[in-house]
Design a protein around this ligand. Sequence first.
Ligand SMILES: Nc1nc2c(ncn2[C@@H]2O[C@H](COP(=O)(O)OP(=O)(O)OP(=O)(O)O)[C@@H](O)[C@H]2O)c(=O)[nH]1
Ligand SMILES: [Zn+2]
Length: 210
Amino acid sequence: MSYSRVTKVAEAKLPTRSGDFRILGFEGELAPDQEPGPQGKRIEEAVALVYGDIASQPSPILRIHSQCLTGDVFHSLRCDCRQQLELALDTIVAHGSGLVIYEEQEGRGIGLMAKLRAYELQDQGLDTIEANVRLGYRSDHRDFSLPAEILRQMGIRSVRLITNNPEKVAALQAHGVQVERLSAEVAPTLNSESYLQVKREKMGHLISSL
Ligand SMILES: Nc1nc2c(ncn2[C@@H]2O[C@H](COP(=O)(O)OP(=O)(O)OP(=O)(O)O)[C@@H](O)[C@H]2O)c(=O)[nH]1
Ligand SMILES: [Zn+2]
């Protein structure tokens, strides 16, 4: 994905349970020659939650987190998103600095309603990838070029990335960012175990504790 402009539109304090962050709002407008993703948006939004003095860090801790309404807001046990977000915030605060880029790629980019339809199919026995394919989507529609551009604008060229997903690492590296991976493994719940198994077996996620 390429953007004709990526703009920081706001910056404010954001005290959280984990600690006192700053929240930066970004808008990325797709370049005219770019087809929008399944959600059809031409302007994509992302926020960066920044803790401490990241500018003095040669390689700040980073989590790129894709929106998951069901997990992040309602603490759904179908997935590990909420636990990973808490892990990231707590790791950053314990370390003294770092950032989370939270992008609106709900359902790995297919959008909330499509993700719920995929959940419906998973309730009937399909796995997370089969459900996407049955609905006419790829397993993952995300493109991490907006977070990469945000990092560039913030002057960050090297990161310690909290993730189990090798494609996220490769995507940032393709944008010229140096990446060291920090594990984002969290304890599986009864409901998330089979989902995590599919992520490991079919999507190559680096998960050892199943
Ligand atoms: N389409 C679809 N999206 C899902 C499903 N479960 C979770 N998601 C979305 O998946 C995204 C998170 O991606 P994950 O594959 O869990 O993890 P990741 O971000 O690739 O990798 P990590 O950095 O290790 O967390 C969020 O946008 C969720 O809304 C599902 O069953 N179907
Ligand atoms: Zn989730």
